[in-house]
Design a protein around this ligand. Structure first.
Ligand SMILES: Cc1cc2nc3c(=O)[nH]c(=O)nc-3n(C[C@H](O)[C@H](O)[C@H](O)COP(=O)(O)OP(=O)(O)OC[C@H]3O[C@@H](n4cnc5c(N)ncnc54)[C@H](O)[C@@H]3O)c2cc1C
Length: 469
């Protein structure tokens, strides 16, 4: 018998370690490990609990069950292997430094108990080290990575194991609640979890919105992206299932423009893999700058401005809308993530690690690879980052990507009755104009032009180019 340890693969089908390592009977297990929970946050746990319910239903419908236990993963897995006389265990490869160290401990513990470990690459199409420069080094520039990723053949989806291969644990282990696990109810309405929801979302997205992705993906009010990110983060959809469906959409595309839109969507999937490779080869990036500057970057320390950013009270409407969407939905649109990240690092001059940590706590889709990649890109400290002198202007960004202020007015109720022209000109209005238009909405907490100059000076100092004369 083999234990299958479900982690960020909360689905029965297209699950390589679950279905493909051998033909032994399988006992599925989920472990709530306090060491892993230490790094978790309520939105993600809520999503996981929801997903576990549907996964358990799937097993129960096949006269098996998901065994849910709490405690240290190495100890629990060794104990269950002993209790059920299992001689093997399988799980999907982790890519972060922390995850890989934990897996080594599990493997050592199982080795000692005479249990064979099958650790399988499952979350990515192409495992780290398989897409490299001609010299065999990992890429630090996305565009070259993308060309190879795009043209490389991809494995197709694999079916779920048949009911005849599943074992019943012979006892009922309830799924704990958030409270049982010591987490508060999230302030956000967390997206629905579960493999069925993921499948539904994927099919809906690929039936039509994918063909408009190119023109709509940067318009947050259009809500036109796939919203599959929490499903990819927690593995309620397999990457092969997703890709197979996207390729089918490309084959069925009505015209060249629609086909190109599908290709643009595929390029976003490649960003995800690129950042996972970066993290795999550079595990220290979760806390350290990827890019080395001559001197340390002298980030400011300003708890009040940081709090205003977290609360969506900066007086920059598009920034505040994004930060409030995050708190309300445990999600934020990609364009707006870029804008709020630029604002934190280049307008408030606060360390990207503050932003990364806030996103880690608030997003249902947080994963260290994408979250870190996004933050370090915006802060000009990452691989393939935007150059330090290209600083987003939050007013023009808002005007360009949310011209009618639909997104802004959805998340910032104080601005609901206000004309979009006034909203996009908020920083230029007089005190009287502002209090007449939206008395409860704050004035900008900083002057963008001044802070832009300060950010350039901060980076020039870090580059050893500061003019000290
Ligand atoms: C500062 C910052 C932090 C971010 N943190 C995260 C995070 O913690 N988790 C996360 O999944 N994404 C993160 N992203 C990337 C991106 O914003 C989200 O993946 C995307 O908004 C999710 O919405 P969607 O599923 O509708 O995306 P779609 O546009 O439908 O894209 C499909 C999938 O492609 C991947 N993807 C899309 N854009 C990117 C990107 N820029 N980088 C890497 N992968 C991408 C995601 O897996 C996404 O689900 C971050 C971006 C920034 C700028």
């Amino acid at each position: 018998m083999r234990l299958h340890w479900h982690r960020t693969d909360l689905r029965p089908s297209d699950n390589l370690p679950l279905s493909t390592v051998d033909s032994e009977p399988i006992l599925p297990v989920y472990v709530f490990d306090p060491q892993i929970l230490d790094h978790a946050a309520p939105p993600r746990i809520a999503f996981i609990l929801d997903s576990l319910e549907t996964l358990r239903e799937w097993y129960r419908a096949r006269e098996s069950d998901l065994l849910v236990v709490r405690g240290s993963a190495p100890e629990q897995l060794a104990r269950l292997a002993d209790e059920y006389d299992a001689d093997a265990a399988s799980w999907a490869q982790a890519y972060s430094g922390l995850g890989r160290r934990r897996d080594e401990r599990v493997q050592e513990r199982l080795d000692a108990a005479g249990v064979e470990s099958h650790v399988v690459h499952d979350h990515l199409h192409h495992e780290p080290g398989s897409i490299t420069t001609n010299k065999g080094e990992p890429y630090s520039v996305y565009s070259y990575f993308w060309k190879k990723w795009r043209d490389r053949e991809k494995r197709g989806s694999v079916p779920a194991p048949g009911a005849d291969r599943l074992v019943s644990p012979g006892r009922d282990t309830p799924i704990p609640t958030l409270d049982d696990l010591g987490f508060e109810t999230p302030e956000a309405t967390v997206p629905d979890g579960g493999y069925e929801e993921a499948r539904h979302r994927l099919n809906e997205f690929c039936s039509e919105p994918i063909y408009r992705y190119e023109e709509t993906r940067d318009r947050p009010a259009a809500n036109a992206t796939s919203r599959l990110s929490p499903h990819l983060a927690h593995g309620t959809v397999g990457v092969r299932t997703l890709h197979d469906r996207v390729v089918r959409a490309r084959e069925e595309a009505p015209d060249d423009e629609a086909r190109e839109a599908v290709e643009t969507f595929r390029s976003e999937l490649a960003w995800r893999e690129f950042y996972h490779h970066v993290l795999y080869f550079n595990p220290e990036v979760v806390t350290e700058n990827y890019r080395e500057y001559e001197n340390d970057i002298e980030w400011r320390d300003d708890p009040e401005e940081l709090q205003a950013w977290k609360d969506g009270e900066t007086g920059y409407p598009i920034v505040d809308a994004g930060m409030r969407q995050l708190r309300a939905e445990a999600y934020m649109h990609n364009r707006v993530r870029m804008i709020v990240a630029s604002f934190l690092t280049k307008d408030l001059l606060l360390d990207w690690r503050e932003g990364y940590d806030w996103f880690r706590r608030k997003l249902a889709d947080h994963n260290p690879a994408n979250n870190n990649g996004g933050w370090q890109w915006a802060a000009s400290t990452g691989t393939d980052a935007q150059p330090y002198f290209r600083i987003f202007n939050p007013m023009t960004q808002g005007e360009r990507h949310d011209p009618d202020a639909e997104y802004i007015r959805e998340y910032v109720p104080e601005l609901r009755g206000v004309d979009p022209d006034l909203i996009h000109d908020w920083h230029n209005l007089s005190l009287t104009q502002r209090s007449r238009a939206a008395p409860d909405y704050p004035a900008p907490i900083v002057d963008h032009s001044e802070r832009r100059e300060a950010a350039l000076a901060m980076f020039e100092q870090a580059r050893g180019e500061a003019d000290d004369g």
